[in-house]
Design a protein around this ligand. Structure first.
Ligand SMILES: Cc1ncc(C[n+]2csc(CCOP(=O)(O)OP(=O)(O)O)c2C)c(N)n1
Length: 537
């Protein structure tokens, strides 16, 4: 029996273990929804396609599996572009399936509904590939190519656009998934060269990023074997648990940690771009030789050229390095290294500003209330910048701050995607009063899906980060103090609880209640509240 192409595609995705898609249906995607109805795939409806791509992003961050968007051509794609760009910047697997106008009209400017002159050109710069389907027979190959990007290369979003006439065409075949190639294994020569350099180095520092999230145990072994400090990017937080005294956490944002890094004779960078977004500076002080482990060969000649390039999967590279170092002249655990790193940590703490200390009061209480595997989805807000360094993290894929694209409004929809990917885990969103307003509409989705998500809203009546930049440069405060709504009434209007807390006790109580509640809860924390400063006098 034949199915429409749209329906056959949903069955194929099911065979690739896709369980959830995010999208707002339109006239042009109806056949996809026929497929959704006839498969076990769950459709989640955001309130704007930007929410769809942020949800798919959050889903991918937590699960490591591709987040899938089903959206209409034209405005559906342009709305989703922001979240697609964020997933591109942070190397996340995301499958964007959109409709397109009918094949004969493509690129002709006939005034079709939702028409653009070149749909794929919109997403090409923010995807691994963006392709227009001409015939249903191309679909299984394109989906296989997408899953190959997700599973055996640097993961990035993929956009596949299906014209409405192609979407409706009959498919008689039973489409099957293809086997995906494994991640590339690094060559032995680079490993032995790197091992030799590491053995001769008087001070090595390891930097770890999102590319090593699946290699937590072996990265930790390697650090212990070398007895060196590990600094994480945001995407690398928790790969080496912060309870390990060699971990300097996500401290690359701190001048004290940057000063320590500057002394390194060898920097071993594993699955990280060493990007500006993690340190807030262009010129990260990397002065020594750089050993780079990366799946993306373009990284070896970027702003931090590799002295030794190890091309391939981080897990395999670290396993091979541990083995190669087994007989090397590496010092075993040494008290003085820990003392050295304790001094860096002390300096880091001493450097915190007053407002950062307020953030830390909240973050400490939050950490104590959450289990280690709880997921924290951060927005672009000062509370979260402080958290990149100060929030203790024990497991990878639990702290998320989309540093790369720096997109305001990502946290709530990201948390929705995360909670759908891992319903058994606590998921918390950290937002500012400014950023929250970008995607506040997604409260409706969280209420509808009954997703327990405490939303901790740091309220300073301002786009404080930008306001502070204006003040520092002597620019009058223009456009940086937008009027915020009454967030408690807003919560009520969406049908969820909202509470303003005024002490550590009320914060902890509100958080506990929110974690037990089957829906989102807005917890408003006022920056000027006395309790936030009390611990730091
Ligand atoms: C989409 C987008 N637009 C603009 C910015 C620039 N920007 C960065 S931080 C910020 C202020 C955010 O305000 P809020 O969420 O209240 O956090 P706060 O800085 O006050 O902690 C702005 C406007 C951005 N990062 N993303």
């Amino acid at each position: 029996m034949s199915k429409s192409c749209g329906e056959a595609l949903m069955h194929l995705l099911e065979a690739y273990a896709v369980t959830t898609v995010f999208g707002i249906p339109g006239e042009h995607t109806l056949e996809l929804y026929r497929g959704i109805e006839k498969s076990n795939v769950r459709a989640v409806t955001p309130r704007n396609e930007q929410g769809a791509s942020f949800m798919a992003d959050g889903y991918a961050r937590v699960s490591g599996k591709p987040g899938v968007c089903t959206i209409i051509t034209g405005p559906g794609v342009t709305n989703a572009a922001t979240g697609i760009g964020q997933a591109y910047a942070d190397s996340l697997p995301m499958l964007v399936l959109s409709s397109a106008n009918d094949s004969p009209s493509l690129g002709k400017g006939w005034g079709r509904l939702h028409e653009t002159s070149d749909l794929c050109a919109i997403t090409r710069p923010i995807t691994a590939f963006s392709e227009m389907v001409h015939d249903p027979a191309e679909v299984p190959g394109l989906i296989a190519r997408a899953f190959s990007v997700f599973g055996s290369q640097r993961p990035r979003p993929v956009h596949i656009a299906i014209p409405i006439d192609v979407m409706e065409m009959p498919v008689t075949e039973n489409w099957k998934p293809s086997r995906i190639a494994a991640l590339p294994v690094p060559g032995a020569d680079a490993i032995s060269e790197a091992a030799a350099l590491l053995c001769s180095s008087s001070l090595t520092v390891m930097m770890v990023g999102g590319g090593a999230q699946h290699a937590s145990e072996v990265v930790t072994n390697l650090a212990e074997r070398l007895n060196v400090a590990v600094i994480a990017s945001n995407a690398g937080k928790g790969i080496v648990p912060d309870s390990n005294p060699l971990s300097l956490g996500g401290g690359v944002i701190s001048p004290a940690v940057q000063a320590y890094l500057a002394q390194a004779e060898v920097v071993l960078a594993i699955g990280t771009e060493l990007g500006e977004a993690d340190s807030f500076i262009y010129d990260l002080p990397v002065n020594g030789n750089v050993i780079r482990v990366d799946i993306d060969a373009d990284r070896f000649s970027d702003a931090f050229p590799a002295t030794i390039a190890i091309h391939g999967d981080a897990l395999s590279a670290c396993e091979q390095l541990v083995e190669a170092l087994a007989d090397g002249a590496i010092k075993t655990a040494c008290e003085s290294r820990i003392e050295e790193l304790d001094r860096v940590r002390e300096q880091q703490s001493a450097d915190y500003t007053d407002v950062e200390r307020q953030h830390i009061t909240l973050l400490k209480a939050l950490r104590e209330e959450l289990t280690e595997d709880a997921v924290i989805m951060g927005d672009i807000t000062q509370l979260v910048y402080t958290g990149t360094a100060a929030m203790k993290t024990e497991l990878p894929r639990t702290w998320f701050y989309p540093a790369g694209f720096g997109t305001l409004g990502c946290a709530l929809p990201g948390a929705i995607g995360a909670k759908l990917a891992a319903p058994e885990k606590s998921v918390v969103a950290l937002v500012g009063d400014g950023g929250f307003m970008f995607t506040v509409n997604e409260l409706a989705t969280a209420v509808e899906e009954a997703l327990s998500i405490p939303i901790i809203l740091w309220h300073n009546h301002s786009y404080a980060m930008i306001r502070d930049g204006m003040v520092k440069r002597g620019i009058p405060q223009i456009g940086v103090n937008p009027r915020a709504p009454d967030f408690i009434k807003l919560a009520e209007a969406f049908g969820c609880p909202g509470v303003k807390v005024n002490s550590e006790l009320t914060f902890r109580q509100a958080l506990k209640q929110a974690l037990d509640y089957a829906g989102p809860t807005i917890i408003v924390v006022m920056e000027d509240d006395g309790w936030l400063v009390k611990n730091h006098g």
